[in-house]
Design a binder for this molecule. Structure first.
Ligand code: LLP
Length: 422
């Protein structure tokens, strides 16, 4: 069920009219639905039911503390990729033994932070990382639980910038070398092998690559066990895609993904971990923006919004499609119009959509970008000195600003002028 629906001609986030939020916080802003976050988390819980498992939400998709708290309260673990993300997980009360630490470039300080604060496992991505972690853990006198991320050389059939499971990508250790690297890990002090890890990419809309990758991981698990390693956990990563285009996209259901998990690794007797990000947060969020101007160009008409590429970079960066809908429901039967939808930033890349068929819009009217809950706010910047935009969480008929818009003074106060310039 979609929790962003028109009621009485106005787009609502759950029971709250989007216009009411706009009146209070001003545009542009992100708004997230608690009911949608909850539903998506539960869908994964159901998909993996019958298997011992832990859903570690990949907070890189949306790491607002309020969003994390919703998920933590449901029992979610977290997948973190930096010291900052680790701190966020702990700040909302996620215990260390539910936090997995991924990423190709962990620093010694990040390793120490997680070791001292408590960690379920480090997903180690290279031999130099293994060596470093061994040194850091030994020095700290705390054993580091580890998995090794293997690269199964599977084509995830997704956008090149978010595919990670091919041998040409920087991620993981080639699966063919895994036994050798596990032997090294077992010999190093300060490390304890607890499982194996894989993640092949993001926004996967086909389940076949998962099947291939998980089968390879299942075979590897048996081999590693026969080599004497205690592979008690299998981390399958994240990546399940979502529909960005309401009209013609039908990505696989989490329940079908769950079936593949059961079929491929279900008989290993291992605890299954998954790291979904986008599927949990993506369709739980909107970016709401106001039309500043309608500019009639020679060749085409432009909708110039008050949101820009610094607020939502996905179209500029990945040519991503986001549905853009008016906040006031269009009158049925009215002729649509074709627009290029753009932001105010001074470069042509600041284009959200080209030749988009939309209802006729006027200055002062609002639009909402759908599927903006994942990789939206977290990838925002202050480019053009545009302050980060607020984030709002809705639950039923309540809403709260969960990150306020900084003032210009706050933004400027982070810079300092050195004494020799004063
Ligand atoms: N686990 C690992 C190790 C990952 O690298 C990622 C995503 C995930 C889990 C979560 O994947 P998800 O379930 O969200 O697909 N900024 C890009 C997406 C980058 C994904 C990076 N890694 C975008 O906006 O499409």
């Amino acid at each position: 069920m979609d929790h962003f629906l028109y009621r009485n001609g106005i787009l609502h986030a759950e029971d709250v009219p989007v216009t009411r939020i706009a009146a209070e916080v001003g545009t542009p802003f992100y708004v997230y639905s608690t009911a949608t976050l909850t539903r998506h988390y539960r869908v994964f819980e159901e998909a993996l039911s019958g298997l011992p498992h832990l859903i570690c939400y990949a907070m890189k998709a949306n790491s607002n503390l309020a969003v994390l708290k919703v998920l933590a309260d449901l029992g979610a673990g977290m997948d973190v990729v930096s010291g900052g993300e680790y701190k966020r997980a702990r700040a909302v009360g996620v215990p260390g033994d539910k936090i997995v630490f991924s990423g190709v470039g962990k620093t010694p300080a990040e390793m120490r932070l997680a070791l001292e604060g408590g960690i379920r496992q480090f997903n180690v991505e290279s031999e130099p990382e293994l060596e470093l972690l061994s040194v850091v853990a030994s020095k700290a006198g705390i054993e580091a639980p580890i998995t090794i991320r293997v690269n199964p050389d599977v084509d995830a059939k997704t956008h090149a910038k978010i595919a990670t499971g091919k041998s040409e990508n920087k991620f993981g250790i080639p699966i063919a070398r895994a036994r050798e690297v596990y032997a090294r890990a077992a010999a190093l002090p300060g490390l304890r092998v607890v499982g194996v890890d894989v993640h092949i990419g993001s926004q996967l809309t086909d389940l076949d690559p998962y099947r291939s990758a998980f089968l390879k991981v299942a075979d590897l698990t048996r081999e590693l066990r026969s080599d004497g390693h205690d592979i008690a956990r299998v981390d399958l990563g994240g990546g399940l895609g979502i529909p960005y285009m309401s009209t013609n996209e039908a990505p696989p259901l989490p329940s079908d993904y769950g079936k593949i998990v059961h079929e491929t690794v279900g008989d290993l007797g291992a605890e299954i971990e998954i790291e979904p990000g986008r599927l949990i947060a993506g369709n739980a969020g909107l970016l709401v923006s106001e039309v500043l101007f309608v500019k009639n160009g020679e060749d085409r008409d432009f909708l110039i919004l008050d949101a820009a590429m610094n607020d939502l970079i996905r179209p500029a960066m990945y040519d991503a499609h986001h549905d853009i809908i008016p906040v006031v429901e269009p009158v049925p039967g009215e002729d649509p119009h074709v627009y290029d939808v753009v932001g105010p930033v001074c470069e042509s890349g600041d284009t959200f959509a080209k030749r988009r068929v939309m209802p006729v819009m006027g200055a002062g009217e609002m639009v909402a970008f759908r599927s903006a809950g994942a990789y939206g706010a977290v990838m925002a910047s202050e480019y053009n000195s545009r302050p980060l935009i607020p984030e709002v969480l809705v639950q039923g008929d309540q809403f709260a600003v969960v990150r306020a818009r900084p003032t210009f003074d706050e933004m400027l106060s982070r810079d300092t002028i050195p004494s020799w310039l004063e």
